[in-house]
Design a protein. Structure first.
Length: 74
């Protein structure tokens, strides 16, 4: 099943595993985000082992390449 561009969700809500701060962010469509600075406590989040980016690890929505059924650019 192919997903068209207009069905890709571009926002994801990241929850910091350190302090629990929740922040909704717009995901890049042309790059992976391997680091994320928590707006609550300043912790630098990195993807969990096996995940391609911080959105796949801590977000409510996986990154656009994964949503399209592909691999992340990692």
């Amino acid at each position: 099943m192919e997903t068209s561009e207009n069905q890709i969700e571009l926002t994801s809500t990241i929850t910091c595993p350190e302090c629990g701060h929740v922040q909704t962010e717009t995901m890049p469509t042309n790059a992976c985000q391997w680091f994320y600075d928590c707006k609550g406590c300043g912790a630098v989040l990195k993807p969990k082992k096996g995940d391609c980016c911080v959105y796949c690890s801590y977000g409510t929505v996986p990154c656009p390449p994964i949503q399209q059924g592909g691999a992340c650019c990692g």
